[in-house]
Design a protein around this ligand. Structure first.
Ligand SMILES: C[S@@+](CC[C@H](N)C(=O)[O-])C[C@H]1O[C@@H](n2cnc3c(N)ncnc32)[C@H](O)[C@@H]1O
Length: 241
């Protein structure tokens, strides 16, 4: 009897070891210290309601492309991990809302620059406020200089220095999507653009990978696209490359 109990305990111990130390997902979480970052992230945003802020802001001017939605921390970090951001990465979130994508990327990865552009002032202000709180946290004090939030229309801002761009694009369509797709042609060859729900409409990019990512409104497809060198672009007549 004792032998059987010891055997079961041994098997459970080995299973536990495999789960925590060998499973690739657990290894990834430990390598990036994601449990700690996730706790800090949700504590940081506990009192911020981007949906209400957006609804309030849209009373004056509304359009389908202003529909609000947000990333979920773990799913978004899993998505970014696929492109391995590093110390030379200049990250932009186009339509940054309350800054969740920017601050979660800055928390987890060592980046050169991390910038969000948002057209609604109340959402932008919330992002700036969260940045102030974030920078006070002892774990993130060395990230102070890399984070920037810009209050403007992303079509008016030069983001050609970006090496990694995130566009939560499910609600972006029509001329906005055409113009934004065209604007991404200003990125240098090799730059990565991640879009949700649809790829860019541009011959300057090639889809490298698709995956699924969970957002506040459900699971969506994400397209990881890379800016091609000029020599590899077909049909350039409609785009300035
Ligand atoms: C789906 S939300 C994404 C928020 C954030 N990126 C995230 O994933 O958590 C899209 C955001 O884009 C903003 N937006 C829409 N058109 C914009 C424009 N032309 N310039 C800047 N921001 C814009 C909206 O106000 C909204 O906050």
């Amino acid at each position: 009897m004792l032998f059987i109990l010891l055997s079961i305990a041994g098997i459970m111990l080995i299973g536990y070891f495999i789960y925590w130390y060998i499973s690739p997902i657990q290894r990834w979480k430990r390598r990036l210290d994601l449990k700690q970052h996730e706790i800090h992230f949700y504590a940081l945003y506990a009192k911020v309601d981007g949906f209400s802020l957006s609804q309030e802001a849209r009373q004056k001017s509304d359009a389908f492309e202003y529909t609000y939605g947000e990333i979920y921390f773990m799913s978004f970090i899993a998505l970014l991990s696929l492109v391995k951001p590093g110390p030379c990465t200049r990250f932009y979130d186009l339509g940054s809302g309350t800054g969740k994508a920017v601050l979660s990327a800055a928390m987890v990865f060592k980046l050169e620059h991390c910038c969000g552009i948002e057209r609604f002032f109340t959402l932008h202000e919330a992002a700036v406020q969260q940045k102030r709180l974030f920078e006070k946290h002892p774990n993130y004090i060395n990230k102070i200089d890399i984070i920037q939030f810009i209050h403007d229309d992303f079509l008016k801002i030069d983001f050609s220095d970006a090496t990694l761009v995130f566009i939560n694009a499910t609600a972006f369509m029509g001329s906005l999507w055409d113009n934004l797709s065209q604007k991404t042609a200003s990125l240098a060859p090799g730059a990565i653009v991640i879009t949700t729900s649809k790829p860019l409409i541009s011959p300057c990019f090639a889809v490298q990978k698709t995956t699924y990512v969970e957002m506040s409104w459900g699971v969506v497809i994400a397209y990881i696209q890379q800016r091609l060198p000029v020599a590899k672009i077909k049909n350039t007549d409609m785009f300035s490359v």
